[in-house]
Design a protein around this ligand. Structure first.
Ligand code: SF4
Length: 260
């Protein structure tokens, strides 16, 4: 028996369990592409659900969360933060600070050298999430706890909430307006990848659906064309990205064919 098959089977089973979604804005999606956020809130069926390896990576992230949270009381971890149209759970709340644990591959972990305001800009999405929890719980400080998955190094950044809270307010204002337009008139926001250094489409669960309704200049098609036309020899990692992007486009074309 191949253990990997057994592991993947269990993970698929866990992932396929029906989830009751709140229908509210998800703090962990703040700062991402607006089209993605609106579709996610609307609970659209993903055109690109996580593959086996993604599920294994998510599981390792969960294990790291549980490991660190295990040192704190039930009241200090997974603290519900819910408002009329936003709902999420804060990883940890200790004293005047809200905390979020982020596990990362050592490759990106050891590149994090930003200081001052650059720390905020570098991890904009993660801070927006913490800003929501801090504002909701009336906390003054927020802290990101990064854990390198494969060499167990840790790095932490702590910022003052009041200096940055305006960014959260702006994001929520835009999202609320887009939600009204979507619900009342079916307007789909423009697709603009913002997270993951602008490479958000690669990791988007609606990527093929988005490519299917877009013009030829969709970021996935553009990135794919650039990589395929490169005169340099592609690395193994780049070749795997090409395969991923090609897969997104192929599914998009199948969607379009089916709808004709
Ligand atoms: S594929 Fe890219 S542009 Fe489209 S919804 Fe996803 S992140 Fe946004």
């Amino acid at each position: 028996m191949k253990i990997q098959d057994l592991v993947d089977g269990h993970l698929k089973e866990e992932n396929d369990k029906p989830r009751i979604r709140s229908g509210k804005i998800s703090p962990s999606s703040l700062g991402r592409c607006y089209r993605y956020q609106i579709w996610y809130r609307a609970d659209l069926k993903p055109s690109n659900p996580p593959v086996k390896r993604d599920l294994r990576v998510f599981k390792i992230g969960n294990i790291i969360h549980e490991w660190i949270q295990g040192y704190f009381t039930d009241e200090q971890v997974e603290v519900l933060c819910e408002e009329e149209d936003v709902k999420g759970y804060c990883d940890m709340v200790l004293g005047d600070t809200v905390y979020d644990i982020k596990s990362q591959h050592s490759g990106s972990f050891h590149y994090m050298n930003a200081v001052g305001d650059d720390v905020f800009n570098d991890k904009f999405q993660n801070w927006l999430q913490l800003l929501f929890y801090a504002k909701h719980l009336k906390k003054e400080r927020m802290q990101l706890v990064f854990v390198s998955k494969d060499d167990a190094c840790m790095k932490e950044y702590n910022l003052e909430v009041k200096k940055y809270v305006r960014y959260l307010e702006k994001e929520l204002d835009v999202l609320r307006e887009l939600w009204v337009q979507y619900k009342e008139d079916g307007v789909i926001p423009s697709g603009e990848p913002k997270a993951y250094g602008g490479k958000e489409c690669r990791y988007c669960q609606f990527a093929s659906k988005c490519v299917a309704i877009s013009e030829d200049d969709h970021p996935v098609r553009t990135e794919l064309a650039i990589m395929k036309n490169s005169t340099r020899k592609l690395t193994k990692k780049q070749l795997s990205t090409v395969m991923k992007l090609e897969n997104i486009v192929n599914i998009a074309e199948a969607i379009n064919k089916k709808e004709k």
